[in-house]
Write a protein that binds this ligand. Structure first.
Ligand code: UD1
Length: 353
């Protein structure tokens, strides 16, 4: 079978790595990189570290408004699909590349497989939520990471083609954790001692494009007085600069460039706590056994909150500060995200198509 996988943003490179490895055991895979993320530390490094085959197509779309970016990807993916005539198109997660890839295929009547299907924040102000909902409704195979995601689809009337396979990010982590411990020198480079610092990441539009929220987060982290390492997403750096926060960062915050996957795992694994608005990092924190403070009012990964290892602190200065300084419950960590999803995906498409 000829499969086209469409990726474009950092978390998609991580998700596609284990799936691609499985798919290539039995099928021909053509990898399309939309170019949504293009800085070497947002893209190239992931292909190198995760041993992802070089993209067959790089569409070079780059940045832009949501409409422009989504439209450009839609047009350019369509050209590739018309030329390659695949049997199936894989899309991942919830970015503009996901939506545009799925839409291009669905309009050409090419079956779409959505990996990480059924997640919902129930917050339609998030661009990712729009992307998820639309992608799920035009997909033929819906690979869900959790029972909650299966239930979310059922509530929207989607039951056909739904498969609870588990989380492909668990596969990526299982494969790379030992490698990260062997290869990463990030703790030494930054002079860090295990469990003596927190990790901070912020990139959601609701936090970066909002002066009040970003200011509040930075103030809370500074007030807590704990050393914090902050690998900063390019969009976040831009807004820190624009809001005048860059020049006045609390000296407990150590701003660094975005990290590759191996360094990030190593940094997270040894952290005291993780503060983030990323979906993937909430899960990774849980799998690594590190308490997570989520800088949002909602989450798609509700199991981590129910398990007591993730706190929804929102963006208020006090709730964030209190969460940083308080002890987390040491509830047992059940295996919420067992590995093996990528293999199950290969097995399912082998039977169905
Ligand atoms: C995207 C996804 C989000 C995902 C995130 C992971 C959408 C709507 N959002 O957000 O779901 O969690 O990726 O990082 O698709 N930029 C650079 N260099 C890069 C990439 C981006 O400088 O390599 C800057 C540009 O200023 C750009 C901005 O970041 O305008 C936003 O990039 P964009 O592609 O819109 O998405 P993200 O904010 O990264």
């Amino acid at each position: 079978m000829k499969i086209i996988s469409v990726v474009g943003a950092r978390p998609q490179f991580i998700k596609c790595a284990p799936v691609s490895r499985e798919l290539r055991k039995e099928h021909e895979e053509i990898l399309v990189h939309t170019g949504q993320h293009y800085d070497p530390e947002m893209s190239e490094i992931f292909f190198d570290e995760l041993e992802i085959p070089r993209p067959d197509y790089n569409l070079g779309v780059g940045s832009g408004s949501h409409g422009k970016q989504t439209g450009e990807i839609l047009m350019r993916v369509e050209d590739v699909l018309l030329k390659e005539k695949p049997d199936l198109v894989f899309v991942y997660g919830d970015t503009n590349s996901t939506l545009a890839g799925a839409l291009a295929a669905a309009k050409l009547h090419i079956p779409v497989a959505h990996v990480e299907s059924g997640l919902r924040s129930f917050d339609r102000t998030m661009p990712e939520e729009i992307n998820r909902v639309v992608t799920d409704h035009i997909s033929d195979l819906l690979f869900c990471p959790t029972q909650t995601s299966v239930d979310n689809l059922a509530a929207e009337g989607i039951t056909k083609g739904v498969h609870l396979v588990g989380d492909v990010m668990a596969d990526a982590l299982a494969y790379n954790r030992d490698i990260a411990q062997r290869k990463s020198r990030i703790l030494e480079t930054l002079g860090l001692t295990g469990k003596a610092y927190c990790v901070l990441t912020v990139h959601r539009a609701g936090n970066t494009d909002n002066r009040e929220n970003l200011t509040s987060i930075i103030r809370a982290v500074g007030d807590a007085g704990v050393p914090v390492v902050f690998p900063v997403h390019p969009r976040t750096r831009k807004y820190l600069q624009e809001y005048g926060l860059l020049a006045n960062l609390p000296d407990t915050i150590h701003l660094i460039d975005p990290l590759g996957y191996l360094d990030m795992i190593r940094l997270m694994e040894s952290a005291q706590k993780i503060l983030t608005d990323s979906g993937g990092m909430q899960k990774e924190a849980y799998m690594l056994g590190v308490p997570c403070i989520t800088l949002r009012e909602n989450t798609e990964w509700v199991e981590t909150v129910e398990a007591g290892w993730n706190v929804l602190a929102g963006t208020g200065t006090d709730p964030i500060k209190i969460s940083i300084l308080s002890n987390f419950p040491t509830n047992p960590r059940l295996e919420l995200y067992p590995s093996g999803a990528s293999q199950r995906i290969r097995e399912i498409i082998g039977v169905i198509l």
